[in-house]
Design a protein around this ligand. Structure first.
Ligand SMILES: NC(=O)c1ccc[n+]([C@@H]2O[C@H](COP(=O)([O-])OP(=O)(O)OC[C@H]3O[C@@H](n4cnc5c(N)ncnc54)[C@H](OP(=O)(O)O)[C@@H]3O)[C@@H](O)[C@H]2O)c1
Length: 424
């Protein structure tokens, strides 16, 4: 059964981020602390995951797990915490057992439990957490099997549902809108501002294959850093915008200024006589582009306000996809039970091939040693062939029978559970 799997966790659903931080293993001596935790609580395997919105201790234990586990674990992880803090933290932590723990892990990996549903980053974080725990010799066969299955489950969720579809960040949405407007790859792009937001936008531009980008910024160093992403990148100080007359196809504006930087007069000058429709993206709050340009010129205008609604719609779409993901998870838990049983059977019968081989060797060398030695070489060769054939077949018989028994047990467990659920 899956009863040996457990999770002790605290997430953004249970507590504010500041409190979640208290459940982290202090960095520096984490390997040592985790080893101590595992030994102290008598767990046979442990995987430790920490992200910006969750801390998770996934463990396998042959022993029954006490409801005091959270307190006991916290005393090992954070012996410096006073009793009040410890109580507060413990009351927010969740302890999940067996199939419930496996289900939670699948939900985490499928990003159903994430702050931003559909955020794929969690798969990488889980993989790395496993690799780290494995390198610290904290994990074993049960967690190896579960992690492999978990990653496959997450991939199945991402490819068979729309949970990761439709961007949510303002920059990603703005970039997608700009592309929808049909901006060609050779377009001349002006980037006004080189703070975090526009630098991220520049990265999207680079990934999208744009290369003709001129960056204006108050401090020239940041403009240079953004411009160097592009083969035809150019960096200029913000003042140079007033005198720029080389024309453009798209204007991306985002600075911390609280008034319009791009006025109708400046915009007219930037057009340099070109009357074609332009794309203007303004991600500043408040706007850095004077909206009077919309009535005076042909513009496809993209701004934060409009994107917020799209982000909300996209989130609603992802939430709807959660149901499909839950159905996949239910089936995967069932499949994992079968796989786990099969693996236990394999492990419990792993001595059989050696024993059968030993019987064969004894027969040839001891029990029938004299008779065998008296045979001519071709008869010996045939005899060995037959013995090897028998050895192979004999090893397979108990394996097959045991797997059938495990499958039967798994099916009857499943029908009992289904009946139990139907009653409930
Ligand atoms: N971060 C987001 O996810 C996000 C999303 C949507 C919208 N926004 C909005 O985007 C704007 C910038 O945010 P950010 O995160 O990119 O900020 P940031 O990293 O602090 O960068 C600010 C940028 O604006 C420039 N700047 C600041 N004050 C200026 C002024 N008075 N005149 C001209 N340039 C000025 C800075 O130039 P220097 O390099 O010379 O200092 C820098 O390039 C804000 O309005 C913010 O509300 C942010």
């Amino acid at each position: 059964m899956l009863d040996g799997y457990h999770i002790l966790t605290i997430t953004h659903r249970d507590a504010p981020l500041e409190l979640i931080g208290q459940a982290l293993v202090p960095s520096g001596d984490d390997g040592e602390v985790l080893q101590r935790l595992k030994a102290h609580l008598g767990w046979s395997e442990l995987l430790y995951l920490s992200t910006c919105n969750r801390v998770m201790y996934l463990f396998y234990s042959q022993q029954p797990v006490s409801e005091e586990t959270a307190s006991e674990a916290l005393r090992v992880i954070r012996p410096d915490l006073d009793e009040n803090r410890l109580l507060q933290l413990r009351s927010r932590m969740r302890l999940l057992h067996g199939a419930q723990a496996v289900q939670h892990l699948f939900e985490v990996a499928g990003s159903l439990d994430s702050l931003v549903v559909g955020e794929r980053e969690i798969i990488r974080q889980l993989r790395e957490a496993y690799d780290r725990s494995h390198a610290m010799r904290l994990t074993g066969d049960h967690l190896r099997l579960l992690m492999r299955f978990t990653i496959e489950t997450a991939k199945e969720i991402y490819s068979n549902t729309g949970i990761g579809e439709k961007a949510l960040s303002v920059v990603a949405l703005a970039f997608a809108e700009m592309q929808k407007a049909g901006l060609p790859k050779h377009a001349r792009i002006l980037l006004v501002g080189a703070g975090q937001t526009n630098t991220l936008f520049a990265k999207f531009l680079k990934k999208g294959g744009y290369h003709h980008v001129t960056v204006f910024n108050r401090s020239i160093e940041k403009a240079q850093a953004a411009a160097q992403l592009f083969s035809a990148g150019n960096a200029l100080p913000l003042d140079a915008l007033e005198h720029y007359t080389e024309g453009f196809d798209a204007l991306i504006v985002c600075t911390g200024a609280t008034q319009a930087i791009v006025t109708p007069e400046l915009y007219r000058r930037l057009l340099a006589g070109d009357a074609a429709r332009k794309i203007v993206v303004d991600l500043s709050v408040p706007n850095n582009v004077d909206k009077d340009i919309l009535s005076d010129f042909a513009v496809r205008f993209i701004e934060v306000e409009g994107l917020r609604n799209t982000a909300r719609e996209n989130l609603a779409h992802r939430e709807r996809e959660k149901e499909k993901a839950e159905a996949i998870i239910a089936q995967r838990i069932y499949d994992y039970r079968a796989l786990w049983h099969e693996r236990q059977v394999e492990r419990s019968l792993s001595h059989i091939p050696d024993e059968v081989r030993a019987v064969k060797d004894r027969a040839i060398n001891e029990v029938f040693g004299k008779e065998f030695a008296g045979l001519d070489p071709s008869a010996q060769e045939l005899m060995l062939k037959m013995m090897n054939y028998m050895e192979k077949k004999c090893v397979a018989i108990p394996m097959k029978a045991a797997k059938a028994i495990a499958l039967h047990a798994q099916r009857s467990h499943h029908s009992k559970e289904t009946a139990h659920r139907a009653k409930g």
